[in-house]
Design a binder for this molecule. Structure first.
Ligand code: URA
Length: 244
């Protein structure tokens, strides 16, 4: 019978971070078959009854859904011969799962990447007809203009002739160099290319929301947590609204 480390079992089943699991354990809040257990490396089998804070903890669900705060320099892929990938950052805790990123961020971009092993979910949220909203905080090298705002709203035509779906952009700083962009599309280098049409370069690009769920502020770059069931539902329902 397959066994799993107690700390891993808790992080996966309760959608909590490793440090939160450690805290639960060290405070004596976890029992295994009725006995307090403070050791995260205790191996447990599916037949054992694990309780945390007096409540029974069921084994992890069929699929894994993670929210990662991607640091700069990491590629949005499962494997890469040269670079570290977003899946490399989480894989240690999911040795038997075939994880992949549901959507990409450029190597230089940071922020919210969804990682899962649920192909149907990924297909739903990435399908071009589903228009799941994604929000970004973007540092540009030329102050935001009315022309850009109106252009984004009506649909920017990129240098190669492709016209983008309507998007929104608004200033976050008085100098107009920090802006918030909302897209409902995922074209390669889309934001950089959209600003490029106006001669503006992108210095920093951070995704902070997908399908109405904001990146957890408690996650430092490189950290991740499981999405809660209700967060997965929210993102799924954003994918089901065919809005354009
Ligand atoms: N648009 C870009 O140009 N880069 C990203 O990483 C995401 C959106």
């Amino acid at each position: 019978m397959e066994t799993v480390r107690l700390d891993k079992f808790l992080t996966q089943a309760l959608a909590i971070t490793r440090s939160q699991a450690k805290e639960l354990l060290s405070k004596g809040r976890v029992t295994v078959d009725g006995v307090v257990c403070k050791k995260g490396d205790t191996k447990i089998s599916p037949a054992q009854n694990v309780m945390a804070n007096g409540k029974s903890v069921s084994a992890a669900a069929e699929y894994v859904y993670l929210m990662l705060n991607k640091p700069e320099g990491i590629v949005s892929a499962s494997r890469d011969p040269r670079d570290q990938t977003v899946v490399d950052l989480v894989a240690e805790d999911f040795p038997r799962r075939e994880l992949f990123p549901a959507g990409r961020l450029d190597k230089t971009s940071t922020g919210f990447v969804l990682i899962t092993d649920d192909g149907t979910f990924a297909h739903e949220i990435l399908h071009p007809k589903h228009h799941v909203p994604k929000t970004y905080v973007v540092g540009i090298d030329t102050p935001l203009t009315e022309e850009m705002i109106h252009g984004f709203e009506s649909g920017v035509t990129l240098a190669d002739g492709q016209t983008m779906a309507p998007a929104s952009v608004k200033a976050l700083s008085d100098d107009g160099l920090l802006v918030r962009v909302e897209l409902r599309q995922g074209v390669y280098h889309q934001i950089k290319r959209m600003f490029g049409v106006y001669g503006a370069g992108v210095n920093t690009l951070h995704r902070d929301g997908i399908g109405g769920i904001m990146l957890d502020e408690k996650l430092a770059p490189g950290q991740w947590r499981q999405l809660t069931e209700s967060e997965v539902k929210t993102i799924r329902s954003a994918a089901q609204k065919i809005s354009l």
